[in-house]
Structures are given as C-alpha cells and as structure tokens.
Ligand binder design. Structure first.
Ligand code: SF4
Ligand code: SF4
Length: 497
C-alpha cells in the first residue's frame, strides 16, 4: 500500500542510527502563480531570487529579534538532536532540529556576520545557491513547527520559528508551497479551507439537526449566520464533513443546547484554521483573522468560542487580539476567545450537563495532546490548564481512561506528524514516518492497558491519524473527537432514548 518502507514499531521510542540523505527529495508540490498571487507573492521564482531572498532574510532578522538570537545562540550542545519525530521516524540527520536550523544559519552567517563574509569556510557559511534553496524547500517542509525541540534546548531555540522564516523567504521569492497557499486562497475567496460555500454548509447543518432529532427526539439547532446570537462558534471546516470531526460538531451543538445559550456559525468565518501561521506570514495570518472580527461585528455576537483545532487555538489564544483586536464590543466577563473545552468543563463542574458515562463504556480512551495547544497556548486560568481541561472533560464523560507514557504527552507531546502545513498526500512518506513516536506510545497503552481509542482536540491531528494509523495496523475509527465523547454521554433534556 505504500511505496516507501513503514518503520517498525518497537517496544520503546528508540534513537535511530543516521542515514544521511534518505529523505533528500524535491519536497511538496510548489505553488503555481494562481496560488501565490492572491497571497501577495510573486507567481514564479524571481530572476533575482537570491538577492531578494537575502533582502527578505535581512527584513525578518530585523523584525523578529528572536530569529536573530536563535541564529547566534546555538552552541551545538546536541540536546535537541533526538527530539524531533521526523528524525526519529526518518533517520535523516537533516531532520535533527539543529541541522534543520543550520540550513538557514549557514546562509545567515554568509551574508549577515563578519566572519561569514570574510572567512566563510572557517564558520561553515555558504552562498545561497539553487542547491541550498532546494534543501530549504525540502527540509523546511519536513518540520511541522511543533516546537518540541525548543522544550529541550537550554537556550529555548525554537526551530519552528526558523522554519516559518525560511518558508516566508521562499514564498516571497516565488517558491511557496502549493498545499498551504492554495488553502489560504480558498479562505479569502470562499471563507474556509475546504472551499465549502454557504449553501453546502447550510445543507450539512440541516442534515445534522435531522440526525440528532432522529437519534434523541430532541430538536437541537445548528444555526448559521444568525444575527443577535450570543456566541459565535469558530470551528475548523473539517468539522462540517470529515470523520470523526463532525461527531465533535454534533457534541458542541448539544452542549450549547443544554446550556440554553444562543449560538451561531458564520459562513464568512467558517474556518478556525489559520495557515498564515504555517507559512510564517503575519500579513496573511492577519487577513484570515480579520474575517472573524468582521463576522462577529456583522452578527452582533457577544462571545467567541473556538472548536477543536490545535493551531487555530494557538493563533486565537496568543495572537487574536494583536491580529484583529480590540475586542471591546464583546462581553468582557468571558475569556476572549474561549475554547470549547473550557466552556464544556465549566458546565460539567457546575453540574449543568446530565451525563451518562456508560454510553462510552465500549471504549478505553487515551488522549493525544496536540502540539500547538500543548506548547503554544493555555486553557483556563492556571498553568497546565491546556493539559488538564481536555482530560477533565474526557474523564467526566467516560469511565475508562489511561494516559500514554509521561514523556510522550503534556509539554513533551509528540506531533501527529501532519501539522504545520504537511497534511498533504504529496508528503505521505514524511507524515507516516513522522507519526512513529506517537504510534509507539499508543501501541504501548493498547497492548498493556487495553486502550481502544485515542481522542484529540485538533482537526489536523484527527485527519492525520485517521489516514496514517492504518499503515501501522490500527483502524481509522480508533480516533475520536473529545466532543464526540461528550455527545455520546450527554443526556438531553426531554431525550427519548
Ligand atoms: S519544531 Fe517540531 S518538527 Fe520542527 S524540528 Fe522541532 S521537533 Fe522537529
Ligand atoms: S539544543 Fe539548542 S543549543 Fe543545543 S544544539 Fe539544539 S538548538 Fe543548539
């Protein structure tokens, strides 16, 4: 089924021997002019691309002080070398975080340091050649910007930021990535990553209302573009049709119904994801985020809640105010924005949801911490809330829960392998191999603790896992949404069965 070798899943996550060049590939499909131009980038590689790329690097080094510090601070201690899931899964030494950074650093040294300008060989500085550009394109698309390496670096060097900078430089000289840029273009023209127009959204939501009424006898609403609703739900467009995402959306609706609050989705801001983050483009990230502001103002909502999406929550939690604030027209008594898990946990704590945990007794659950939630955001009002709150929700609606090995969850969680703009079929080998550490940890609790299902609160994690775990002998239905579990267990007022 695969035209590459599937790594063997061992008892433990092992540090592999290196195999230089094993992932030396052309990289993902390059964006065409129609994918580049709507984002403000040149359609094709510029004639003077070297000069333009070096100028762009200079801009970014000035704009992001952290990038400059990351370029200068690495002491080659090696602490990050075995921390990247892509290195562990592919064995290519260029997938060690320090080596990935060095692809950028050696060009930085050549053009932005005294020693590199005059004694390049002494300091490992190189010219920005076509070969170097090809390596950038390939290996900076084998990084999911998960930030795991930064947790273990004594200087906090964040390879994700280096990857973002490299991608921004490349897109700005005409070598962007097709997958991410095409998706951003769809958000600008249609409102969501999947290009689902308003009638398709409305149809789906009406179908969900019928389905829930058939199942429960209760008319739960899934409203779209309802002016005057209290809450605007911003959720990944995968929630409208993909499995198991849509089961999570059903769950959000049931929670809002039982909470007795009015809510709505928006056809204008029908996407929580913000791929501007992945390509390192502040301007595109801002344009995407502004759609949420416009929708909130047009609909007159008082609160904004985000559905289950990892990097969307990172952008929302960390940058929404800078990108699209001020949010002074919203109700200041509530977090702006709020995560759906915070909302549900609050109701569960107050005893406002009637729960029958036995509805999930056919499963033994574990939880995959998504990287952007784990290492780039929080939930609730105390440190670690992003780890506790989703687990609290699961434990409140399920009887059987087991965590995976401690070093593979929480702050040290392993990426699913498909984040950061890598969730495309042209990167399937990278995705399957990058999932190895998580699969190893999952297999351990499956074999020793009887775990049957893994829950996640990220649309990319859910899509990635359902696609790659069959390569390792698991079933795609073993991945579930957290609010799918809530949906199973919630007993609606007036429910007939
Ligand atoms: S950010 Fe994540 S994917 Fe990128 S080098 Fe670090 S550990 Fe690897
Ligand atoms: S852990 Fe930090 S300082 Fe050490 S090699 Fe990696 S990036 Fe450099």
């Amino acid at each position: 089924m695969a035209d590459f070798e599937i790594p063997e899943v061992k008892e433990d996550i092992e540090i592999p021997h290196i195999h230089p060049g094993v992932m030396e590939k052309p990289g993902p499909f390059v964006a065409k002019p129609e994918h580049q131009k709507p984002l403000g980038y040149p359609g094709e590689l510029l004639d003077n691309w070297q000069e333009a790329a070096i100028a762009k690097m200079g801009d970014l080094l000035k704009k992001y002080r952290s990038l400059k510090v990351f370029m200068d601070a690495c002491v080659k201690c090696g602490a990050c070398t075995d921390k990247c899931h892509y290195y562990l899964g592919t064995t290519d030494p260029n997938n060690m975080p320090v080596a990935r950074q060095d692809l950028f650093r050696k060009v930085y040294r050549r053009y932005f340091t005294f020693a590199g300008k005059y004694f390049p060989r002494l300091v490992g500085a190189v010219d920005l050649t076509e070969e170097v550009l090809d390596d950038w394109y390939n290996y900076f698309h084998q990084c999911s910007e998960c930030r795991r390496c930064s947790v273990y670096c004594p200087y906090g060097i964040d390879t994700a930021e280096v990857t973002m900078a490299a991608r921004e430089v490349m897109a700005s000289v005409g070598k962007g990535q097709k997958y991410s840029n095409e998706i951003i273009g769809k958000v600008f023209t249609i409102g969501n990553n999947l290009g689902l127009p308003e009638p398709a959204l409305r149809d789906t939501l009406e179908g969900l209302e019928e389905e829930v009424e058939e199942d429960t006898g209760v008319k739960v609403r899934y409203p779209l573009d309802e002016k005057g609703a209290e809450i605007l739900l911003i959720t990944p467009s995968a929630d409208f049709f993909a499995e198991p995402h849509i089961d999570g959306l059903i769950g959000y609706g049931k929670v809002f119904h039982e909470a007795g609050v009015s809510w709505t989705l928006s056809s204008k801001a029908s996407e929580a994801a913000n791929f501007g983050l992945f390509i390192g483009s502040y301007e595109n990230m801002r344009r995407i985020a502004l759609r949420i502001r416009e929708a909130a103002l047009e609909l007159g909502v008082k609160r904004i809640i985000f559905g289950e999406c990892g990097h969307a929550w990172r952008v929302a939690y960390s940058f929404l105010n800078t990108l699209a604030g001020p949010w002074d027209f919203l109700d200041q008594r509530y977090p702006i924005p709020q995560h759906i898990c915070e909302f549900t946990w609050d109701l569960l704590q107050k005893g406002k949801l009637k729960i029958d945990k036995s509805a999930n007794d056919d499963m033994v659950l574990t939880f995959h911490d998504s990287c952007n939630v784990a290492r780039a955001s929080r939930m609730g009002d105390k440190p670690g809330g992003q780890f506790e709150i989703p687990r609290n929700v699961i434990k409140a609606v399920c009887n059987n829960y087991v965590d995976m090995a401690p070093e593979t969850i929480g702050e040290g969680t392993y990426c699913c392998g498909g984040g950061g703009g890598l969730l495309t079929d042209d990167l399937m080998e990278v995705r399957v191999k990058g999932a190895l550490p998580r699969i190893t940890a999952l297999k351990d609790v499956v074999e020793h603790n009887g775990v049957t299902h893994m829950a996640a609160i990220c649309a990319i994690c859910k899509s990635q896992f359902t696609k790659v775990i069959p390569y390792y002998g698991f079933g795609m239905d073993q991945i579930v949404s957290v609010h799918q579990l809530v949906s199973n267990a919630i007993v609606l007022t007036g429910q007939t069965e």
